[in-house]
Design a protein around this ligand. Structure first.
Ligand SMILES: [Zn+2]
Ligand SMILES: [Zn+2]
Length: 189
């Protein structure tokens, strides 16, 4: 299984040089995205490679002023994920940069209808918003993962945290056994 491979810094370097996202890099390396993220977090050499990678920056123009989203975020105090969300939902530049942060905020000039469904990045399925737990501080008002994946992920996180004293490789074996056990139980239903 790919996830047991040790991550060579040369391989990560290749991904970084090609400007791959975490997801694409994980695919390229044959690792799970969460495993790759963890490996990068836990190894200072890998972390340095990853942080130094060249990134393409999204920009936004308003009142003939073009800035990177990071800089707009600093200037307006609106978090970058919120700016991103507003752009993706077809807000006009003025509302993107001036509307107060919160669930009630909206843009009357938007070109896209208000979404009634979203894609869960875990099961890669587009589901109605009601299939996602409510989460007030997020711009969609909903969690990123669907209810099903959310509970699966938190159960796995609990297993990991209950076994945090074990060495990482052993802990991951315990997690895999837990997942396997779930699959078997579900099959028996
Ligand atoms: Zn607007
Ligand atoms: Zn899901």
């Amino acid at each position: 299984m790919g996830r047991w491979k040790t991550l060579q810094k040369e391989d990560l370097q290749k991904c970084a040089e090609q400007g791959l996202t975490v997801r694409k890099s994980a695919e390229f390396l044959g690792l799970k995205k969460s495993t790759l993220e963890r490996k990068i977090q836990q190894d200072s050499v890998l972390k340095a490679i990853w942080l130094a990678r060249p990134r393409s920056y999204k920009t936004l123009t308003y009142n003939s002023e073009t800035q990177r989203l990071v800089d707009w975020a600093k200037k307006t105090g609106i978090p970058r994920p919120t700016l991103n969300f507003r752009i993706q939902n077809g807000w006009c530049p003025e509302c993107i940069l001036t509307a107060p942060v919160g669930r009630q905020a909206g843009c009357r000039h938007r070109t896209k209808p208000i979404p009634t469904e979203q894609r869960c990045p875990e099961c890669q399925t587009v589901k109605p918003l009601t299939e996602f737990c409510s989460h007030k501080s997020r711009p969609t008002g909903r969690t990123t993962y669907c209810r099903q994946c959310h509970s699966k992920k938190s159960a796995i996180a609990n297993v990991r945290s209950a076994n945090r004293d074990l060495p990482e490789d052993v802990r991951e074996v315990v997690v895999e056994l837990y997942k396997l056990n779930k699959v078997i139980k579900n099959a028996q239903k």
